[in-house]
Design a protein around this ligand. Structure first.
Ligand code: EPZ
Length: 431
C-alpha cells in the first residue's frame, strides 16, 4: 500500500499552481451527458474521484475522450443504460449526481447508493424530496436509488431543510429540462454550485440566482454542446495556504479566485499570517509565530468543513488555546488521534476540538482517515521534527492531483513509498 514518507521541519517556500475544482468537476461531468451534442471540459483535475466518475459514465455508454490530461470531451448521445450498478461506483459519493443528470434527461435512473469519505452520516432525504417534488417516483431498494418519472418532470417550489451542496446540485440538474419554473429555496451557495449553474447555462439552461439562497430554474426543451473551463479548486488552494502557515513558510498559490478564499485568508490573518492578493493569486507569509483563534465550519461563505482538519493541524502549533467547531459533519475529527501521536494537545468534546498549541510536532507513523484529514496530516508531518509516514494516501489522491510533487516544488521532502526498503532509501537520501 502506498504511503508518503516525509521529513518535516522545512518552511515551504515558492509558488504552486492550483488545478480545477474536484467538487465542481464531478457534477459538471455528470451534467455533460444531458445533451446529445459534444461537450468539451477544460481544467479538469486528474484525481481518482473524477476518473471514477468518467468510468461510471462510460459504463452506461457515454463516450469520454481525454484530449489531454486536463481536457475531456463528453458525448452523451449513445447512452445504453439508465442503471449504474458497478461496485466501483460506490467509491464516490458524487455518483448520485448521475441520477440528477439522467432523471433530468431521460426521466429515469438507478444508481447504487454512494459511499465516499466516512465523515459522518450522509442522508440523501433532501435529494429525494426534490426529485419527488418534480414528479418522480423515488425509492431505495436493494442498495440502489431508483427514480422514475411517469410523464415529463414539472417545475416546483422546493425548500431545502438544510443547506446542502449535493441536493442543490442534484435538484438543479433534474429541473433544467422540467416543464415550467423550479425554485430552490435555502440553496447552497458554494462556488461549485455556481460553476455548475454557469456550465448548464452555457449549454442553454435558464438558471438564475446561483450563489444566492434562491435559485430559479426555467425549464428549457433541450441542452446543447459547449466548451467550458472549471473553476480553480478552493480547497486545494486553502490546503497549500495552510501548509505555508503550518511550516512557517511563504507560499503563493496561483490560478485561484481570491474571492472564494476569503474565509480562509481571514483566519490566516487572524492567526498572524500576512496575505497579499492579486487578481488570480494569493501569497501567504507566515514567518512569525502563530496565535490561537476560534473557528466554526459553515456553508459558504463561511469557513469550509473541507478546511477544518487543515486549520486544526495549524492551530496545534499556534500559541494559546484554540477552538474548532465542526457544524456540518459529525465525524470529522478522526485525525485527532493520529495528530496526538505527533505530540499535539487536542481534546474533542462533541463537535468541538479544544486545541492547546505546542511548540512543534514530532514525526510519527500515521494513517489518513479520509481525504481532507489525510492532507492535513501531511501538513502536520511537513511541520514536524523528524520523519513521518502517512499511510492510506489513496484517500488524499481522491482529491489532490500530484500532491507530493507540488509540495516538493515548494521545498518539501516528501516521497511516495511502497515498502520498508523504499523508506530506508528515503532516509538515506535525506540524511
Ligand atoms: C459536498 O458533500 C462535498 N462533496 C464535500 O466535500 C463537502 O464537505 C460538503 O459538500 C460540504 O461543503 C462533494 O462535492 C462531492 P452536503 P455533500 O449535502 O454534498 C446534510 C471533500 O472532502 N444532508 O452539503 O455530501 C449532511 O448530512 C468532500 O471534498 C442531509 O441531512 O454535503 C450534512 O450534514 C467531503 N440530507 C449537510 O447536510 C441530505 O439530503 C451538508 O451536506 C443532504 C445533506
Amino acid at each position: 500500500m502506498e504511503q508518503y514518507a516525509i521529513k518535516g521541519g522545512n518552511p515551504l517556500v515558492g509558488e504552486v499552481e492550483i488545478g480545477g475544482a474536484k467538487n465542481a468537476a464531478l457534477p459538471i461531468l455528470a451534467a455533460a451527458l444531458m445533451t446529445d451534442e459534444t461537450v468539451l471540459i477544460e481544467n479538469m483535475p486528474d484525481v481518482r474521484d473524477t476518473n471514477i466518475m468518467l468510468q461510471a459514465m462510460e459504463s452506461i455508454g457515454v463516450i469520454t475522450n481525454r484530449v489531454d490530461r486536463h481536457t475531456v470531451k463528453i458525448n452523451g448521445s449513445q447512452i445504453t443504460s439508465l442503471s449504474i450498478t458497478a461496485d466501483f461506483v460506490k467509491k464516490i459519493r458524487a455518483s448520485y449526481y448521475l441520477i440528477g443528470a439522467l432523471l433530468g434527461k431521460c426521466g429515469k435512473a438507478a444508481v447504487v447508493l454512494p459511499g465516499g469519505c466516512n465523515i459522518g452520516s450522509r442522508p440523501i432525504d433532501q435529494h429525494m424530496k426534490g426529485w419527488r417534488a418534480l414528479g418522480a417516483d423515488v425509492r431505495i431498494e436493494h442498495g440502489m436509488i431508483l427514480t422514475e418519472a411517469k410523464g415529463p418532470l414539472k417545475g416546483n417550489h422546493i425548500y431545502m431543510d438544510m443547506v446542502t451542496v449535493g441536493a442543490t446540485i442534484n435538484v438543479m440538474m433534474a429541473a433544467v429540462m422540467a416543464e415550467g419554473l423550479t425554485i430552490i429555496e435555502n440553496a447552497a451557495k458554494e462556488p461549485h454550485v455556481v460553476d455548475l449553474a454557469n456550465f448548464l447555462n452555457s449549454m442553454g439552461a435558464n438558471i438564475k440566482g446561483a450563489g444566492t439562497d434562491i435559485i430559479r430554474i426555467k425549464g428549457v426543451e433541450k441542452l446543447h454542446g459547449t466548451e467550458y473551463a472549471i473553476i480553480p479548486d478552493q480547497i486545494e488552494a486553502g490546503t497549500f495556504m495552510f501548509a505555508a502557515a503550518a511550516t512557517k513558510g511563504d507560499v503563493t498559490v496561483k490560478n485561484v479566485i481570491p474571492k472564494h478564499l476569503e474565509s480562509i485568508t481571514a483566519k490566516l490573518q487572524e492567526i498572524g499570517c500576512e496575505i497579499e492578493e492579486s487578481d488570480d493569486a494569493v501569497r501567504v507569509v507566515a514567518a512569525k509565530g502563530l496565535t490561537h483563534t476560534q473557528v466554526k465550519t459553515l456553508p459558504y461563505p463561511g469557513f469550509p468543513t473541507d478546511m477544518q482538519p487543515q486549520i486544526a493541524v495549524t492551530l496545534g502549533l499556534a500559541s494559546g488555546a484554540s477552538m474548532v467547531t465542526e457544524s456540518i459533519f459529525e465525524n470529522r475529527f478522526k485525525y485527532v488521534d493520529e495528530l496526538t501521536k505527533m505530540g499535539a494537545d487536542v481534546k474533542v468534546e462533541g463537535r468541538t476540538a479544544f486545541i492547546y498549541g505546542v511548540n512543534s510536532y514530532t514525526g510519527a507513523n500515521i494513517v489518513a482517515p479520509d481525504l481532507r484529514a489525510g492532507a492535513a496530516l501531511v501538513l502536520a508531518a511537513l511541520a514536524a521534527d523528524g520523519i513521518s509516514t502517512v499511510d492510506d494516501i489513496r484517500y488524499v489522491e481522491r482529491g489532490y492531483e500530484d500532491f507530493d510533487e507540488k509540495l516538493r516544488g515548494l521545498g518539501a521532502q516528501i516521497e511516495k513509498i511502497e515498502s520498508e526498503r523504499d523508506l530506508q532509501k528515503f532516509q538515506m537520501k535525506i540524511c
